[in-house]
Design a protein around this ligand. Structure first.
Ligand code: BGC
Length: 755
């Protein structure tokens, strides 16, 4: 009913625009302009039949056009008109300076729908990673909220805004496991844990696609980057990865499968070479696992120029070979490069089977039908104004910003700050830097939409209180006015240092070799700390930093990441106690870059622990500065002993674990109780020293205590062998209910065969 109503609107709009006469009918569009309602034009027909009918009408050249995506910007109408009308383009990828209205998109779409023989609509893609215009915290930060439902809500708004701007498809979630903070794209993912990553991957897909991806305010999700991209050697973007099948199955693939199970319709193949062959031409992962084992029915798009880059990788001598390798491996759509143009000749020469192309076209068309592009090819141009930064979006951005903060240190109850503080000195290059708050991949986010920390603090101050703002130094280079900062600190009751990374040091192609604070920020910190004033450090960054000096010398440290448009308000809510910090790290912070990769769910060595002939460093600890799961609150929690209902469990049964949790401090707070297991001996390969398998966020008032109970099914005790089988094996296990991955004492239980 709604769709019919919408179509009438489109028909009206199109007729008013003077488009092809007689093409738009109530309830259907005559895409091939033959005056007859073909099966593919009939919304009442099942998608499979519509796809088959359309493919049967297509020439080989029209099919190849569907496999091609190119990039566009304002002004593309002139550049691409001929190409689109020739049928050479199935999709457009919008980035750059595209304005936030669907007008340009509709103009381009009209060339495809009205200017081509079969009128096949294009699908428009865009990178909305953590928001479109309302920018939410970077995904890594949102993962630290340990609240996938919150992520689903932020990504739902992201979908709404992205769609209003004329996009049908978004290149997210990025579910690459992050173990190496040198890699700039670690900001786009969820951290180092595959189990939590699965929850976030699924939440993102639900947030984008909803229950009906064809709805005008929904977008198609894209699982990326398939696969192993985050394991780049040296943390250098695009670099080679070597991942054993066992590690791939247990750490790198599960998040992709979770997104697929949540309904994701597209995947993106990654740039990296994966264990000896480029992932964008890797038959094993694309054809055998994704298609064969997982039965993925949607389509795979290559990453940007990744098909052409098969030549740079050194597996294709020319564009023909690159195209052949990619399409036969299962890459259906070529992003930006145009090597697939060689396919008609290659089919004629018998080098590529024609049905490989048909299959790729079928997958792409299916997604276009599922997205409703054949029923509603145009975006409503009346809705985008007022679609962005709506009050519910802004309120959610603030909630997400506050919930993403992780309190790393809080001595002398420096936090929360009293609103009655008379003189607050805000020092540091990120204190009044609204634009930096947006983080990497900030889509259409604008600095003027963003709230700086200074603005957030100002809004909290009581009348008569004073805030001074001093940069102290530039974020990355040598410019410094440290003496002025020190003078301000001396005069203040409360000193807040806003330090971190600029947003353009994070994201794609932004790898680092050092993980400390860039520029002279550490010098600034030491100079201010030397005044003897308690120093509250707020960190804005897109990756874990190695900050042992701050850990030792700061009074309080709040990890605030790049939190998006409401960063300043969200952080100020936490700093002044209007809410409390409830985030926990989903990625380890190293002492030193030399420890990288360092992650909690590692395998044991044959010589665990520290001591002579153990796996020590002579110059650094083997533990991280802050472990996975770590985070403080404004109160304290006490854990009682962990109790199991039974020390044994049989297959199909449940392990129930309980712990008494008490808020022993003076304030309300939320504890994230984390459940970890360890499988003591596994036949197909050793299991990690700890694996997260559950968590609960528990809010307690001062003095309150509560039993927290977890039920773990025996399915949760399994793991993948190298053939992708999920094995649940009898034997001994350990279980922790603890505040982070390094805390607590394990209890033992045994999975017995039950015979
Ligand atoms: C990135 C992808 C992104 C694509 C399109 C590439 O450079 O690796 O993550 O989706 O560009 O913008």
């Amino acid at each position: 009913m709604k769709r019919a109503f919408f179509l009438v609107g489109i028909i009206f709009a199109m007729n008013a625009l003077g488009t092809v006469p007689g093409m738009y009918h109530e309830g259907w569009v005559d895409f091939n302009k033959n005056g007859v309602k073909d099966i593919y034009e009939d919304p009442a027909q099942p998608v499979e039949k519509r796809v088959a009918d359309l493919i049967a009408q297509m020439s080989l050249e029209e099919k190849i056009g569907q496999l091609h995506q190119t990039t566009w910007d304002v002004g593309a109408e002139k550049i691409y008109k001929d190409q689109i009308e020739r049928g050479d383009m199935g999709s457009l990828l919008g980035g750059g300076e595209i304005i936030e209205s669907p007008i340009h998109r509709n103009a381009l779409q009209r060339f495809a729908v009205e200017g081509t023989r079969l009128g096949i609509p294009m699908i428009f893609g865009h990178d909305s990673i953590h928001g479109f215009r309302t920018i939410f915290p970077i995904p890594l930060a949102q993962a630290c909220a340990w609240e996938p439902e919150l992520f689903e809500r932020t990504q739902r708004i992201s979908a709404r805004e992205t769609a209003a701007g004329g996009n049908d498809w978004t290149f997210a979630p990025m579910v690459d496991l992050g173990r190496d903070p040198r890699w700039g794209r670690i900001a786009e993912g969820f951290g180092e844990d595959p189990w939590l990553g699965c929850l976030y991957a699924a939440a993102n897909v639900r947030g984008f696609q909803g229950t009906n991806v064809a709805a005008p305010d929904r977008v198609v999700a894209c699982m990326k980057h398939f696969v192993g991209y985050g394991a780049a050697e040296g943390g250098r973007d695009y670099n080679t990865t070597e991942i054993s099948e066992y590690t791939l199955r247990n750490f790198y693939l599960p998040q992709f499968k979770a997104g697929l199970d949540a309904g994701a319709w597209t995947f993106m193949s990654s740039f990296n070479c994966l264990s000896g062959f480029p992932a964008s031409a890797d038959r094993h992962t694309l054809n055998e696992i994704l298609r064969g084992e997982w039965k993925f029915r949607g389509f795979v798009v290559s990453d940007y120029l990744a098909v052409a880059q098969l030549m740079e990788h050194g597996v294709a001598a020319n564009g023909d070979e690159a195209a052949r390798l990619a399409i036969t491996a299962g890459v259906d759509m070529e992003m930006v490069s145009s090597n697939y143009e060689t396919l008609p000749q290659q089919i004629q020469d018998g080098k590529v089977p024609a049905d490989v192309v048909d299959e790729a076209v079928r997958r792409i068309l299916q997604v276009k039908f599922v997205k409703g592009l054949f029923d509603r090819p145009y975006t409503d141009e009346t809705l985008y104004q007022g679609a962005y930064l709506k009050p519910d979006a802004v309120a959610l951005a603030r909630e997400a910003a506050a919930k993403s903060c992780v309190l790393l240190k809080n001595e002398k109850n420096a936090l929360p700050i009293s609103k009655a503080a008379k003189k607050i000195a805000l020092i540091g290059p990120l204190g009044d830097a609204a634009g930096e708050m947006l983080g990497c991949w900030a889509s259409r986010g604008r600095a003027q939409d963003a709230v700086s920390l200074a603005a957030g603090i100002r809004a909290k101050l009581a009348p008569g209180s004073k805030l001074t703002i001093t940069q102290g130094c530039n974020i990355t280079n040598a410019t410094a006015e440290i003496s002025r900062a020190v003078a301000e600190a001396k005069r203040a009751d409360v000193v807040i240092l806003a330090l971190g990374e600029p947003r353009d040091w994070t994201g794609e192609s932004k790898s680092r070799t050092k993980l400390g604070l860039p520029g002279r920020q550490l010098e600034l910190f030491h100079a201010v700390a030397a005044t003897g004033k308690p120093v509250i450090v707020v960190l804005f960054n897109g990756r874990p930093l190695s900050i042992p000096d701050l850990t030792t010398n700061a009074t309080a440290i709040l990890e605030a990441w790049h939190l998006g448009v409401q960063a300043g308000n969200g952080v100020a809510d936490v700093l002044f106690g209007d809410t409390y910090p409830a985030g926990r790290l989903t990625i380890s912070f190293p002492y030193d870059v030399g420890q990288v990769p360092i992650y909690y769910n590692h395998l044991n060595t044959g010589r665990p622990g520290i001591g002579e002939y153990k796996g020590n460093y002579v110059d650094a600890p083997i533990t991280p500065l802050y472990p996975f799961g770590y985070g403080l609150t404004y109160t304290t929690f006490q854990y009682g002993p962990v109790r199991l209902d039974s020390p044994t469990v049989t297959p199909g049964g449940t392990v129930t674990a309980r712990v008494q949790l008490k808020n022993t401090g003076a304030r309300a707070g939320t504890e994230v109780v984390q459940l970890y297991i360890r499988d003591i001996a596994a036949s197909a390969g050793p299991r990690p020293v700890r694996e997260l398998k559950g968590f609960q966020k528990v809010r307690l008032n001062p003095g309150e205590s509560r039993e927290v109970a977890f039920s773990l099914s025996t399915h949760d005790l399994g793991y993948y062998d190298t053939a992708g089988r999920w094995l649940v094996e009898p034997g001994k296990f350990q279980l922790w209910l603890s505040k982070d991955s390094a805390a607590g004492e394990p209890v033992d239980f045994e999975l017995i065969s039950g015979q």
